[in-house]
Design a protein around this ligand. Structure first.
Ligand code: MSP
Length: 697
C-alpha cells in the first residue's frame, strides 16, 4: 500500500449553502480519507469554493456587493459547514486566493508556451448556471433551454482564447485504454471514451464581457474561463513544492456525474499540454450518482434541498429524547450526539456509491432501527451486561473459530471495498461481521454459560469484545462518533491514527484480562413513535404537485451522455415537454415512472451456501455473492420448492437495496431473490453466465 493518499472534492459554487446532495461528495471524501489515515497513510483531503465567473458576479451585483465581499461571506458558510458534518478537510482552497491565482496563471503560461492557446472568436451558446458551453443538440427545444437549470441559455459572441483540446483526443484515448481504472465506475469510462471518440473541439478558455475572474497573463481584458481556473485548484492548493511532490498526483478526484467530462477530459488534457507526464495525471476520477429527493435530483434550482445539519440535529434530538430521563446518560456529561453519524451512515449505505439513490426519511428511520439499533447497538448491549471487566479468554472452540473467520473475511472485504472507493460495499461487509457476532451470541448462549460454566462465559464475552473492538475500528471512517462512544463503553481509548501504523483489524488485538468496561447509555435508543412521525412530517418530500411534474425539469436529461442514454432507455417524463403520453396501464399493477423502477438495485447473485432454518420450515438461510466482496445473507421463503443443495452455485436475480428484514433470532435478510410462481412451486429467475454483481437493468 502506498504511504500517501490525496483525495479531493469538487470546489463548490457559492450560490447556496451546502445541501444534502452537495454534502454527499464531501462526506464520501472524508470517509475515504479517514479510512486511509487509519491504515497509517499520510492522508490529505482538499475541498474549497469556486468563486469566479459570471454567475457569482451577477449574484454579487444583485446584492449590491463587491464580488469578493460576497464570496468572502458565502465561502465562510461552506468552510464552517464541514466540521458540523464530521468532515475534517486538511485544506480549504478559495479560487479568489493569491496562491490559486498565481498557480493558475503559471499553468496558463506553460500551456501557452507549448503553443496550445491561440486567440480567436467564439460564437455560441452558454449556460451561466452550469458555466458551460452548449450546442443546440444538448438543449431542450424550442428555446435552447438548459436541461439542468430549466432556463434559456445565452448567446455569446466575443473574442476569446482557445485551448487546442482537439490535439489531445488520441492521447486521452490511449490513457483510458491503458488505465481502465482512471475513470470509475467502469460505465462512466465508456461514456467518456465515446465522447472523446466523437471528436474533441477546441475549447474557449477566456471571456471579455465580465471582469470577475483571473486575468489572462499579458492580456488582462480577458479573464479565464471559470473551469480552466477551477480545475487547477487540485494542484494550486499544493502550493509548496514539498507538498506538491509529496501529494501529487491525487489518488482520487471525487465528484458527481454531471461534472465528469470536465475532470476526465479537459483536466488531463490541460495537464498533458502543460508538460506533465502520464504518471503525473490524477490516478482516478470517480463520478458518483445523484442524490434524489422525491425522485428528482436534489438541487437548489429545483428547490428541493434538505439541510444536512438540520437533519442531523433533528436525529440527535430524537435520540436524546428517547433516552431514560430524556437528557442523555444518567450520570456524567451527556453523550456526544449521533445524528451526524446517522446521516453519514445512511448516505454511504443506502445509495450504492456510483449510482443514483433517493433520500427518504423513512429509509433513514428504518436503517436507524434495524442496522444501527438492532444489529450494531444491540450487539454491544447484549455483551456488556455479562461483564464489568475484560475476562480471561479460554481456548476457542468451533463457534469462536467460525466467528473469527467471519471477522477476518469481513475485515478483508471491507478494506478491499474502501481501497476501491466503495464505501457502500465496505459497510455491507462490516455488517456481515456484526450479523455473524449476533448469530454467535444466539448459538453460544452466554445466558446458559452464566448459570453453569463461568470459564465458558469468559471465553464467549472475551471473543465478543474482540469483535466489537474490530467493528469499532472498521466503522470509524463512516461513524466516528459512534466508534468512540462504543470504545468508551468497551474501556478503549478513542481512535487516534498515526502515520505508519496500520490500525485495520485483520487480527483482533488481545486485551489484558481485568481491563475495565463501562456500560453507558444505549447509543441508538429506540425512537418514540411521535418523534418518528415528526421527523417524517418535517423531512418527507412534498407530494408531487401537478405543475412540478409537468415542468420540463421533472426528469431533465443532462449534458452528459449518460443522461442521454438514460433518457433513451426510459420513457420521457410523464407529461413533460415533448413527452409521449404515458402508456395506458395494462391489466395488473398501475404503471410507475422509470425513475421509480431505477431505484431498485437488481443484481446477479451466485448462491454460495444454503441451509434450512431450524423450526422455520418455509425458510432457507442463504449466502449469495452479489459482487460486494463478501456474500450477503438472504433469508428466503423457498424451502418448499428447493432443497439447499439445489441452490448452491445457482445464478439468481437479487433485489439488493430492500430494507433489511428481520425474521427474529438474529435472522436478518439483506435482500430478496426474484421468483415466479409456477403451479404450486416457486422458481427462481435465473441467467446462464453473468458474473456476480452484474446489474440487471
Ligand atoms: N464548481 C463546480 C465544480 C468545480 S471542481 C473543479 C461545481 N460546483 S457545484 O457546487 O455545482 O457542485 C459541486 C458538486 O456537488 C458536484 O460534484 C455535483 O455533482 C455535486 N452535487 C450537487 N447536487 C448533488 C446531488 N443532488 N447529489 C449528488 N451530488 C450532487 O459543479
Amino acid at each position: 500500500m502506498a504511504s500517501r493518499f490525496y483525495v479531493t472534492t469538487p470546489i463548490y459554487y457559492i450560490n447556496d449553502s451546502p445541501h444534502l446532495g452537495t454534502a454527499y461528495t464531501t462526506i464520501a471524501a472524508d470517509v475515504l480519507c479517514r479510512y486511509h489515515r487509519l491504515r497509517g497513510q499520510e492522508s490529505r483531503m482538499l475541498t474549497g469554493t469556486d468563486e469566479h465567473g459570471l454567475k457569482i458576479q451577477r449574484a454579487a451585483e444583485a446584492r449590491g456587493m463587491d464580488p469578493l465581499a460576497h464570496a468572502d461571506e458565502l465561502s465562510a458558510t461552506f468552510r464552517a459547514m464541514w466540521p458540523r458534518l464530521g468532515c475534517a478537510p486538511d485544506d480549504f482552497i478559495r479560487t479568489s486566493e493569491p496562491r490559486h491565482k498565481k498557480g493558475v496563471q503559471e499553468l496558463w503560461r506553460r500551456i501557452q508556451a507549448r503553443g496550445d492557446i491561440y486567440l480567436g472568436h467564439y460564437e455560441g451558446l452558454y449556460c451561466v448556471g452550469c458555466e458551460a458551453y452548449y450546442t443546440e443538440k444538448d438543449l431542450q427545444q424550442p428555446g435552447n433551454v438548459c436541461p439542468l437549470h430549466n432556463k434559456p441559455v445565452e448567446s455569446v459572441k466575443e473574442e476569446s482564447y482557445f485551448f487546442r483540446l482537439s490535439k489531445y483526443g488520441d492521447a486521452l484515448l490511449e490513457h483510458y485504454g491503458k488505465n481502465p481504472s482512471f475513470v470509475q465506475p467502469a460505465s462512466r469510462l465508456n461514456e467518456v471514451t465515446s465522447f472523446v471518440r466523437e471528436g474533441l473541439q477546441d475549447l474557449s478558455v477566456s471571456r471579455t464581457t465580465f471582469q470577475w475572474g483571473i486575468p489572462v497573463p499579458g492580456d488582462p481584458k480577458h479573464v479565464m474561463y471559470v473551469w480552466f481556473d477551477a480545475l487547477a485548484n487540485y494542484m494550486t492548493a499544493l502550493a509548496e513544492p514539498e507538498d506538491n511532490t509529496r501529494f501529487w498526483p491525487a489518488d482520487v478526484h471525487l465528484m458527481g456525474k454531471d461534472i465528469l467530462r470536465f475532470h476526465a477530459v479537459y483536466w488531463p488534457a490541460f495537464l498533458l499540454s502543460a508538460g506533465y507526464g502520464w504518471d503525473q495525471l490524477p490516478r482516478q476520477i470517480f463520478a458518483h450518482g445523484f442524490l434524489t429527493y422525491g425522485g428528482q435530483k436534489m438541487s437548489k434550482s429545483l428547490r428541493n434541498t434538505i439541510s444536512p445539519v438540520a437533519l442531523a440535529e433533528a436525529l440527535s434530538e430524537a435520540a436524546r429524547a428517547a433516552l431514560p430521563g430524556g437528557q442523555g446518560a444518567a450520570e456524567g456529561a451527556p453523550p456526544r450526539p449521533i445524528g451526524v453519524d446517522v446521516v453519514r451512515y445512511c448516505l454511504m449505505r443506502a445509495i450504492s456509491f456510483g449510482h443514483d439513490g433517493d433520500f427518504s426519511i423513512q429509509d433513514v428511520l428504518a436503517r436507524y432501527g434495524t442496522e444501527l439499533g438492532n444489529a450494531l447497538g444491540n450487539l454491544l448491549n447484549r455483551v456488556l451486561p455479562f461483564a464489568s471487566e475484560v475476562p480471561e479468554k479460554g481456548d476457542p472452540g468451533p463457534l469462536e473459530e467460525e466467528l473469527a473467520a467471519a471477522h477476518r473475511q469481513g475485515a478483508a472485504a471491507a478494506a478491499a471495498a474502501f481501497d476501491a472507493a466503495q464505501p457502500t460495499r465496505a459497510l455491507d461487509a462490516i455488517w456481515t461481521v456484526i450479523a455473524a457476532a449476533n448469530v454467535y451470541i444466539d448459538k453460544a448462549a452466554p445466558w446458559v454459560a452464566k448459570k453453569s460454566d463461568p470459564k465458558r462465559l469468559a471465553t464467549i464475552v472475551a471473543t465478543l469484545l474482540e469483535v466489537l473492538e474490530g467493528v469499532s475500528v472498521m466503522i470509524s471512517p463512516v461513524l466516528p462518533v459512534v466508534a468512540d462512544r462504543m470504545r468508551d463503553q468497551l474501556g478503549l481509548y478513542p481512535i487516534a491514527p498515526a502515520v505508519g501504523r496500520d490500525e485495520w483489524p485483520w487480527i483482533p488485538p488481545a486485551r489484558k484480562a481485568g481491563e475495565p468496561l463501562r456500560k453507558g447509555a444505549p447509543i441508538f435508543p429506540r425512537l418514540e413513535k411521535e418523534k418518528e412521525a415528526e421527523l417524517i412530517a418535517r423531512f418527507a418530500p412534498p407530494p408531487p404537485d401537478a405543475d412540478a411534474s409537468a415542468a420540463p425539469h421533472a426528469k431533465a436529461p443532462g449534458p452528459e451522455a449518460a443522461k442521454a442514454r438514460e433518457a433513451s432507455a426510459a420513457p420521457a417524463p410523464e407529461g413533460g415537454a415533448g413527452a409521449p403520453a404515458a402508456p395506458k396501464a395494462r391489466e395488473g399493477k398501475p404503471s410507475v415512472p422509470f425513475d421509480d423502477f431505477a431505484k431498485l438495485d437488481l443484481r446477479i447473485g451466485v448462491v454460495t451456501s444454503a441451509e434450512r432454518v431450524k423450526k422455520k420450515d418455509r425458510l432457507l438461510d442463504l449466502r449469495v455473492d452479489t459482487g460486494d466482496g463478501a456474500p450477503r445473507r438472504i433469508i428466503s421463503g423457498i424451502a418448499a420448492s428447493y432443497s439447499p443443495e439445489e441452490l448452491v452455485g445457482k445464478r439468481v436475480v437479487v433485489v439488493c437495496n430492500l430494507h433489511p428484514r428481520d425474521f427474529g433470532k438474529g435472522l436478518v435478510s439483506e435482500g430478496m431473490l426474484l421468483t415466479a410462481e409456477v403451479g404450486d412451486r416457486v422458481r427462481t429467475i435465473s441467467v446462464d453466465d453473468a458474473a456476480p454483481g452484474t446489474p440487471v437493468l
